[in-house]
Design a protein around this ligand. Structure first.
Ligand code: NAD
Length: 397
């Protein structure tokens, strides 16, 4: 019997489990392990954080979508012992493996910025996303008693992909809350260090996004380096002095790193991402595979690691699953390659920007939003199955 452990039922882990069910030879015992019994479609967490999407639309029971030959264990991984070929847990006995795939996903990274961990709200899973919406609403509701305008100020720190998509959703949340609690204007402030947002998009599309958000009432501050987070204020550098934006809801979308399990296990890593071979395993421990946000794979066309996106994680899960099956069967492994079909960002429910195809055709407005929906639906279809999609009321286009 060959024991395969897949750690994490995110985009990469679920795909790898499906591939192993299909390609692993008889006598392979595959176990998928996750601390939760539900999978979360994390590309849509910003919608939970803004209160524009119910949680059950982006979660599904892992067991419901797993092939019958795959075991599922609910447990929290604490350490991978590469030399012993075992995995430790906080709440389960140690498990041995012949092959392991580490796909434990990302966590919010505070970069050690003073006060960030204590005073800003991270966005990394359904629980933290729900906490953001509940905090926004609690402060808005409290304004009736406090008459403190900090209760009506939401600050989004960092305007990367996540920050921008969250701001897009907040353009819907803010008027709805203002009406519900009959408050004066609610202020939303975006604070971004770079002078230009969304560098992965053509300048005209980034400008479209910037104008769209400003026209919808967001105060977009660029070239603003955050230096500290205080309980009710974000401090930023202004030349040699510092300035503050005051607000009671401070949301942290300044970046992510891989799972803490990576550094806790002693892997050579950078921001908890481990450099792997083109086959997605370690050169000196070929039985250890990594995929998704815990891995770094060189893109030969740019000489830089591939970015961290759900599409890339899904594709890596496919390749890692097939390669583990091939390794068990003594066959040659397949290198990971990825050709980006495009980049799409949503700006709330009806708008977005997209750059797709070899010619990088540009779309803005509702057409881009439709493209985003197609990407998200395709992802759900890949991770789950058609019956899960239909149950969630999410018809494929
Ligand atoms: P990010 O690293 O992409 O963006 C963080 C932003 O915070 C950057 O614009 C950075 O300049 C800014 N920042 C950093 N330090 C700062 C400081 N001190 N003061 C002010 N601003 C500061 O992180 P993210 O948006 O959380 O995204 C994480 C990963 O997930 C990225 O790789 C992203 O591409 C990916 N992602 C992809 C999609 C998609 O493909 N649709 C959606 C969301 C996230």
């Amino acid at each position: 019997m060959t024991d395969v452990l897949i750690l994490g039922a995110g985009y990469a882990g679920i795909r790898a489990a499906k591939m192993l069910a299909k390609y692993a030879p008889a006598g392979t015992n595959v176990t998928l392990i996750d601390k939760n019994v539900v999978h979360q479609e994390k590309t849509q967490l910003h919608e939970i954080a803004a209160g524009t999407m119910p949680v059950d639309k982006i979660t599904f029971n892992i067991r419901d979508v797993l092939p019958k030959s795959i075991n599922f264990v609910q447990a929290e991984v604490s350490k991978v012992n590469v030399e012993d070929k075992t995995v430790d847990f906080t709440d389960h006995d140690t498990m041995p493996y012949d092959y392991v795939l580490i796909a434990l996903g990302f966590r919010s990274e505070d970069f050690g910025l003073p006060g960030a961990a204590e005073n800003a709200l991270p966005l990394e899973d359904v629980a933290t996303a729900q906490n953001i919406y509940e905090t926004i609403e609690a402060h808005v509701a409290n304004f009736a008693k406090s008459k403190d305008h900090k209760d009506l100020t939401i600050i989004v720190a960092g305007a990367g992909f996540t920050g921008i998509e969250l701001l897009g959703e907040l353009t819907h949340t803010v008027p709805a809350l203002q009406k519900k609690y009959n408050t004066p204007d609610i202020k939303v402030v975006s604070m971004e260090m770079a002078t230009r947002i969304l560098p992965m998009f053509d300048e005209s599309l980034a400008e479209y996004a910037m104008n769209y958000l400003e026209d919808n009432g967001i105060d977009m501050m660029t070239g603003t380096k955050i230096t500290k987070i205080e309980p009710n204020a974000v401090v930023y550098a202004d030349g040699d002095s510092e300035k503050r934006i005051y607000g009671n809801t401070i949301i942290w979308t300044v970046g992510v790193s891989g799972s803490k399990v990576i550094s806790d296990s002693g892997f050579e890593q950078r921001r908890d991402r481990v450099m792997v071979t083109e086959h997605l395993n370690l050169a000196d421990h070929p039985e250890v595979f990594l995929a998704g946000d815990d891995s770094a794979v060189m893109d030969p066309s740019t000489d830089r690691p591939y970015p961290t996106t759900a599409q890339i994680s899904t594709k890596q899960g496919d390749v890692a699953g097939k390669n583990i099956a091939a390794a068990i069967s003594g066959q040659a492994l397949t290198p990971f390659t990825y050709e980006a079909v495009g980049t799409v960002a949503s700006l709330g429910g009806k708008d977005g920007i997209a750059q797709v195809g070899g010619k990088q055709r540009k779309y803005r407005g509702f057409m881009a939003k439709i493209l985003k929906k197609a990407v998200v639906d395709k992802s759900l279809l890949d991770d789950a199955n058609l019956s899960t999609m239909l149950k969630k009321g999410r018809l494929p286009l």
